[in-house]
Ligand binder design. Structure first.
Ligand code: PEP
Ligand code: MG
Length: 325
């Protein structure tokens, strides 16, 4: 298998019937970067910046952050990198940061909430990112956005940092794209407003699924209670990409779903054309899509989604389709 995936590396990422798909890599440390070329990924779809913070013994300084981001961009060369601003809190704890105990940390003071309430940390990170991205293309996205206004506030910090850099004669990114992680269900009812303001979005299906069904993703007693291929959840995912297509906003999906070939097939059927996943998933997903007649699959699959094919049967249905084709 490994040899087979290696051979696929330089083959086009296109379905049997000619639809181009973009497969990118999820990364968090510099050591992840070589996988990009090894796996033939088109870029880094999700760079989890909190990893640097999690392995450190104190808050990384601005310069240290900047150094990491510069190296990541150097390694990536011409390929795009989407940096996600700090997503700490919830399941991601920093040993050196004393936070009050929370009843429900996943739904508590985390990610962008924390960033907006303690803007010093967010602004330092933004400054480090903008420095690293000087004279290059830069993509930044914000996690756990629940309300369009949170994005506006985060964007405002970016603009202030840009202004600061210019005033001090520092070079700034040649091109800057700002996006949002869609991982809080409430955002699904604000997509029109959101899409008017963002350059792109990326679906965090891990958190979205957790909040969609109110099941703690890390709690083994409940984590497997619902299937990620449940028609209800798939409809929600379809809505996100449908509105994106209609409003011309690029939509990627970067949760674990993207890296499971069967789920990735379902995502292509829903309309996703850009997925980001762990390095080892790229080969299997590429092998799947290169043998998929997407037109045929969509014709069979989408009606099933609308008529509410029973949740228990959806995974089986997809597995059967995959086996037969
Ligand atoms: C997600 O929630 O799907 C996601 C990609 O982010 P993380 O797993 O880092 O929360
Ligand atoms: Mg998440």
């Amino acid at each position: 298998r490994q040899a087979q995936y290696k051979r696929l590396r330089d083959k086009p990422t296109v379905t049997l019937d000619g639809t181009d798909v973009t497969l990118q890599l999820n990364a968090g440390l510099l050591v992840d970067l070589p996988s990009m070329n090894d796996a033939g990924a088109a870029g880094v779809g999700l760079f989890r910046t909190e990893l640097q913070f999690m392995v450190a013994s104190s808050f990384p300084r601005m310069k240290e952050q900047q150094t990491l981001y510069s190296k990541v961009l150097d390694e990536a060369g011409d390929k795009p990198v989407t940096f996600r601003s700090l997503d700490i809190g919830g399941d991601k704890v920093l040993p050196y940061m004393r936070l009050a105990q929370e009843e429900n940390p996943a739904m508590g003071w985390r990610a962008i909430r924390f960033g907006l309430d303690r803007p010093g940390l967010l602004r330092t990170q933004i400054r480090a990112l903008l420095h690293a991205g000087a004279n290059r293309s830069m993509r930044i996205m914000f996690p756990m956005i629940a309300d369009v206004d949170e994005f506006r506030r985060a964007k405002d910090y970016v603009e202030r940092e840009l202004k600061h850099l210019r005033q001090h004669g520092h070079p700034t990114p040649e091109e800057l794209k700002l996006g949002v992680m869609v991982e809080v269900p409430g955002l699904l009812w604000q997509l029109e407003e959101l899409y008017q303001e963002v350059d792109f979005v990326s679906v965090g299906s891990n958190d979205l699924f957790q909040f969609f069904n109110a099941v703690d993703r890390g709690n083994t007693l409940v984590a497997d209670r619902f299937d990620t291929l449940h028609p209800g959840f798939l409809r929600a995912l379809k809505h996100i990409v449908d509105v994106g297509d209609r409003m011309d906003v690029p939509v990627t999906l970067c949760g674990e779903l993207a890296g499971q070939p069967l789920s990735a097939m379902a995502l292509l059927g829903l309309g996703y054309r850009s997925l980001s996943m762990s390095p080892s998933a790229i080969g299997p997903v590429k092998a799947m899509l290169r043998s998929l007649d997407l037109t045929k699959f969509k014709e069979a699959f989408l009606p099933k989604l609308e008529t509410g094919h029973t949740p228990e049967n959806m995974r089986q249905y997809l597995a059967d389709f995959a086996a037969e084709h």
